[in-house]
Design a protein around this ligand. Structure first.
Ligand code: ADP
Length: 384
């Protein structure tokens, strides 16, 4: 082999070794970049789409607590601003989960915004997402809390309302024994016992009625009803009370109007309004009951020229146990449940009840119900 061949071989060998070395370097580089991916993975596939589709709040945070992705709800609720969590309580939860690795589910009450006292109750779940991120989900549970408050208030009110007549009955019955030889005293105590027992009966009946109305589907027995008959029955039930107070009841307006519903419930609603109109008017006044139909809505308006209601109290008269004048209403046997029963009955019939009132001038309570429009019977126009 001459020296020319030797030079050519050594050059080719050198090139081969060089190319092999470069290939090794390239492979090492690729392995290196894969390792970076493992140490610093992206937010797992699909998470962003899921977060974006959430109605509630969903947030993904990186190791520095920067928000990587957030649902529109989390921004609307004011949980996220400028790529960070706004509330320190939530940041503390995220830090806790990051250090312990354990998911956390808890309830948190957070301010609704930077001003005012309003708050939102959230059910918050925080968990690790892969090795690097933290997922925080928050659902608004304020409505559940509100209902729980209403329930607690209701029970507190019931207990208070029941305590008064029960306390009176117990005192009066104790007083009867020592007064046994004084028929006048006995008669007086017996009369008061009767009044308190009647009040107890009324409160319990109305509470039972309210709970029955709140349990849905009270209208299983809906039938076609003539509004004139409903008003006549209600006026009949108010007859004794009206006579005692010298009140004149006057019925006017449209006739032969019909609605669908439960007769006894609708009579009760009108009866409660007429009863109040008599109760909260001076003696010897007039109470009008008018009917009108407009655009398929039947309006039954009960109008008095009585005490009226201050505008501040108007929004509250339909609340359970609300009474403008506690002492006066209690003395006259009022329970504060009558109007809330009216509201439930009317709403269960797909209608509503409205009030207009002015102190010293009087009030008008209007029940509005869908008119029952005659439907052509199935056999008419059925050619089969
Ligand atoms: P109550 O059993 O005390 O009458 P209601 O729920 O029927 O309870 O009424 C709530 C409160 O609204 C009453 O205590 C009374 O203060 C006020 N109210 C209701 N109807 C009238 C009315 N027609 N005129 C004036 N005040 C009324």
């Amino acid at each position: 082999m001459d020296s020319g061949w030797l030079v050519l071989l050594s050059v080719a060998f050198g090139l081969l070794v060089g190319a092999g070395f470069m290939a090794l370097l390239h492979a090492a580089e690729r392995r290196g970049s894969n390792a970076v991916d493992v140490v610093n993975p992206a937010v797992p596939d699909g998470v962003e789409q899921v977060i974006n589709a959430l109605d509630s709040a969903g947030v993904v945070l990186d190791p520095s607590n920067n928000v990587v992705t957030a649902s529109p709800g989390s921004i609307a609720f004011g949980l996220v601003a400028q790529q960070t969590l706004v509330h320190p309580e939530l940041i503390a939860l995220v830090d806790k989960v990051r250090s312990s690795g354990e998911p956390v589910t808890t309830t948190v009450e957070l301010a609704r915004g930077p001003f005012g006292d309003a708050s939102i109750h959230f059910l918050v779940r925080v968990a690790r997402l892969g090795s690097r991120y933290i997922l925080l989900l928050a659902e608004d549970h304020s409505e559940t809390y509100r209902l729980e408050d209403v329930r607690r208030d209701f029970i507190a009110n019931i207990s208070h309302e029941l305590k008064t007549p029960i306390g009176a009955i117990s005192l009066l019955s104790e007083a009867l024994d020592p007064a046994a030889d004084d028929p006048e005293q006995v008669r007086r105590f017996a009369k008061r016992l009767h009044t308190e027992a009647a009040r107890l009966t009324r409160i319990t009946q109305e509470i039972i009625e309210l709970s029955r109305l709140q349990a849905a589907d009270t209208l299983r027995s809906a039938e076609l009803l003539n509004v004139d008959h409903l008003i006549a029955s209600a006026m009949d039930q108010n007859h004794v009370q009206a006579e005692l107070r010298g009140t004149t009841l006057v019925k006017g307006g449209a006739k032969h109007v019909e609605v669908y519903g439960d007769e006894s419930l609708l009579v009760m609603a009108i009866h409660n309004l007429v009863g109040n109109a008599i109760q909260y008017s001076l003696e010897n006044s007039r109470v009008g009951i008018g009917v009108r139909v407009e655009d398929g809505v039947v309006e039954i308006a009960v109008t008095d020229q009585g005490l009226g209601i201050a505008s501040d109290d108007l929004d509250r008269v339909f609340e359970r146990f609300f009474r403008v004048d506690q002492a006066r209403s209690r003395n006259t046997g009022g329970t504060g449940l009558g109007l809330s029963i009216v509201k439930h009955i009317v709403e269960n019939h797909g209608g509503d009840v409205r009030v207009w009132s002015q102190l010293g001038r009087g009030s008008t309570f209007t029940i509005r119900l869908p008119e029952a429009t005659p439907v052509a019977s199935a056999s008419q126009g059925d050619s089969r």
